[in-house]
Ligand binder design. Structure first.
Ligand SMILES: *Cc1c(COP(=O)(O)O)cnc(C)c1O
Length: 430
């Protein structure tokens, strides 16, 4: 095991990590269900679904078998000019589960690419339609959409991307009316007014993480606000993009966050849980109206975008197996079980002097630690993370926001265990 850590230190560069100060990584040998197993024999509860991807649990046999079978049949083929059954079948299944207006599926391979595709489709849609002046985008403070340049532009309000601010697309950033603050309805009205005052006739699209901002700190906004915002966007001819990369697949208690809302967006981005967390894969699903605007005798209007692994058959096979599991009654029961545990035990933390804004949405529970610092880099976060690991729970606070987002297969006693470890961590701050 020492050897792995030494070689890792010599060779590797980890994501979102300050290597100069970070503790050594956990060396994970295997995993099963909601547990990670280290080389030195520890069993750790994966309370964050390995960065929000693991859906039905690690090494789920149905998904592992589907990938293996597909690997022996067709592992990969160019998707320009070729097609295959897993890609067609997955598109059919997904569009059946989404609102009927979302009917065209464009494949890519991660959340950032799904967002890049959506942004580029929005810009080219208006270019193709002869209104190329619509080039601006609208996004939200605290919004996060990935780490490629377009996705960073949409997430410029996240606070993560200072070195790149000079190279970004034109994005108007609106405040987000966050549940848990006083006078919420007045704030919502101000944001809707601010939206109406933007140069909407030059705006192509609005992008939002519906109902909950993930990396921005598990911040909730009300469906009533989003419904009102979407109505305004529609009136102004601004396309609405839902980034459901994190919220998809029951994280918000319903299959997709859009199922909590009155109107369907014009595009939705899915990734993370799409393959159950087994393989990198993403889709951007859009309306037939958008698709049709790209049809022409000339190539000029086509969408000149594609990734080497577009619609990778292994990813499609994993996603089909994961979707089949998602549709079993067991899955909705698991979601309800997690939620009722949160209602009883997570919300009991509200009386803790160190806890603020104790909240949950679906299978995501969060609270803010009462402390002076704020932001992702708050040092309290690294103290808490170490405390959780000592207690064999993988929980990674976002700054001073502690959250749980376990795989749906987690046992109730393990949810309870995580909650009691969070309570102990708050006690340790005294
Ligand atoms: C994680 C995330 C992304 C980026 O996905 P990657 O696969 O990490 O590129 C985009 N949007 C949201 C809402 C996310 O949570």
């Amino acid at each position: 095991m020492m050897d792995i850590l030494e070689q890792d230190k010599a060779l590797l560069w980890h994501p979102f990590t300050q290597a100069a100060t970070a503790p050594p990584p956990l060396a994970i040998q295997s995993a099963r269900g909601a547990y990670l197993y280290t080389y030195d024999g520890r069993r750790i509860i994966d309370a964050i679904s390995s960065w929000w991807v693991t859906l039905h649990g690690h090494v789920h046999p149905a998904i592992a078998n589907a990938i293996a079978a597909q690997a022996h049949t067709l592992e990969q083929v160019i998707f320009a000019g070729c097609t295959h059954a897993p890609a067609v079948e997955l598109a059919a299944q997904l569009t059946k589960l989404l609102p009927p207006s979302l009917s065209r599926v464009f494949y890519s391979d991660n959340g950032s690419t799904a967002v890049e595709v959506a942004l580029k489709l929005a810009l080219q849609y208006f270019w193709n339609a002869g209104t190329p002046s619509r080039q601006r985008l609208i996004a939200f403070e605290g919004g996060y959409h990935g780490d490629t340049l377009g996705a960073m532009s949409a997430g410029r309000g996240s606070g993560f991307f200072a070195p790149f601010m000079g190279q970004m697309m034109t994005v108007d950033v609106l405040p987000i009316p966050t549940v848990g603050y006083d006078d919420l309805e007045a704030v919502e009205q101000r944001v809707l007014q601010a939206f109406a005052n933007l140069p909407l006739e030059n705006t192509a699209a609005l992008i939002i993480e519906p109902l909950i901002q993930g990396a921005g700190g598990m911040r909730l906004h009300r469906p009533e606000f989003l419904n009102a915002l979407m109505a305004l966007a529609r009136q102004a001819g601004v396309l609405v993009i839902f980034d459901e990369v994190m919220t998809g697949f029951y994280r918000t208690g319903k299959l997709f966050a859009l199922h909590h809302l009155d109107h369907a967006p014009d595009m939705v981005c899915l990734s993370k849980g799409l393959t159950g967390g087994f393989l990198p894969m993403a889709v951007t699903v859009c309306t037939e109206t958008i698709y049709t605007a790209f049809l022409d005798k000339n190539f000029d209007k086509a969408f000149a975008h594609g990734h080497s692994f577009t619609a990778n058959p292994l990813g499609c096979a994993a996603a089909l197996a994961s979707l089949a599991l998602t549709q079993q009654q067991q899955t909705t029961q698991a979601v309800q079980c997690i939620e009722s545990c949160y209602r009883r035990e997570w919300h009991a933390l509200a009386t803790h002097p160190r806890a603020r804004n104790v909240r949950h949405l679906g299978t995501i529970a969060a609270l803010d630690v009462a402390a002076d610092e704020s932001g992702y880099t708050a040092t309290i976060g690294s103290h808490l993370k170490a405390f959780f690991l000592e207690h064999n729970c993988l929980i990674r606070p976002l700054g001073k926001v502690i959250y749980l987002m376990p795989p749906l297969c987690i046992q109730e006693e393990d949810v309870q265990r995580c909650i009691s470890v969070v309570k102990a961590a708050l006690d340790s701050l005294a």
